[in-house]
Design a binder for this molecule. Structure first.
Ligand code: DGY
Length: 322
């Protein structure tokens, strides 16, 4: 059987696949165009793709033999899952294995933006450091401050745990459902999006990108935030209205933002990169060796299961099996 991998990923999973199948890994060191995706998928039994690949009906139908689409990511908004379900093709993701990596990055961004690490580094490198000053680069505090979590999945919970236990933060959270065990564990309070926006000193976004979460944080929500508050986004760019965020940051309506994801990646909204009160990282929250190796292994494991006639362990559309 034949597998197409749209870009080089860590060898862990690729070598698992090579032991059983004929594997083609794209040699282009960039995201593929639609035409290239279709050409690569043609005649294949499995597709291992990335969050930068838009997998729509045309790509899914490029191979009559296609049996599984394994996304090398936990998010899967790049895939038309409904179309895949219509064709009874399981779509799989890589949950769990990148929780710590992404949560750690969100915490790092929170600490970094509040304590002005990037700005301070730039300041010292520019030769502006003339000696200790009482009012130089003052930042925010964490102990007894409130962290608002939007989306209490694995990653949101891990961020809350770290910042509560490690930094003594109070936790508010919004999710589509309450989690009593989590509330007891970190003394968290369930809140509406509006309450989270109004009452938090730091807001960390962890919802998946869905029609209902697009621009969940828009101009109106940004206006609700405290002037001293920070926004951290490691989920998906379009969850935050980036243009509205640039305006809010320019006007100093909020204290700062730290973003690992952008609305139109890899493009940034005009003016964003010029601001001092932001930290920008290139969608690297899951970029640890351990996480990326495990993501590779899980993607391969899902393909092997399906091509061996079993159910995909991480299907995001398990309804196809009913
Ligand atoms: C994911 O897996 O969805 C992450 O965004 C990758 O970093």
């Amino acid at each position: 059987m034949k597998v197409f991998v749209t870009r080089q990923i860590p060898e862990t999973g690729i070598s698992m696949l090579r032991k059983k199948y004929s594997v083609t890994v794209s040699k282009k060191n960039r995201a593929l165009t639609k035409k290239e995706l279709i050409a690569g998928t043609k005649g294949k039994d499995a597709l291992l793709c990335l969050l930068t690949d838009k997998i729509d009906m045309r790509v899914l139908k490029a191979s009559k033999k296609l049996k599984v689409v394994a996304n090398y990511a936990v998010g899967f908004d790049n895939i038309d899952v409904k179309a895949a379900s219509k064709l009874k093709i399981p779509v799989t993701n890589t949950p769990g294995v990148l929780t710590d990596a992404v949560a750690d990055h969100a915490c790092a961004l929170m600490l970094g933006i509040s304590r002005r690490i990037a700005e301070s580094d730039k300041f010292v490198r520019a030769g502006k450091y003339r000696g200790w000053e009482p009012m130089l680069l003052l930042g925010g505090d964490f102990r007894n401050k409130t962290l608002g979590i939007l989306g209490l999945g694995r990653i949101g919970s891990a961020v809350a745990e770290s910042m509560h236990r490690g930094f003594g933060m109070k936790i508010l959270y919004y999710d589509i459902k309450k989690n009593m065990q989590f509330e007891r564990s970190v003394k968290a309070k369930f809140s509406s999006v509006q309450q989270v926006m109004k009452n938090s000193d730091y807001i960390s976004v962890h919802v998946p990108l869905l029609p209902a979460t697009r621009h969940l944080v828009g101009a109106k929500e940004l206006r609700m935030m405290k002037k001293s508050a920070y926004l951290i986004n490691t989920s998906r760019g379009p969850v935050v209205d980036e243009k509205a965020l640039v305006k809010a940051l320019r006007k100093k309506q909020i204290a700062g933002a730290a973003l690992d994801v952008f609305e139109k990646e890899p493009k940034l909204s005009a003016g964003l990169a010029k601001l001092d009160n932001v930290i920008l990282t290139p969608h690297t929250a899951s970029a640890t060796n351990a996480a990326r190796n495990e993501m590779s292994r899980i993607a391969a494991k899902n393909i092997i299961a399906v091509l061996s006639g079993k159910k995909a362990p991480n299907a995001v559309n398990p309804e196809i099996y009913q």
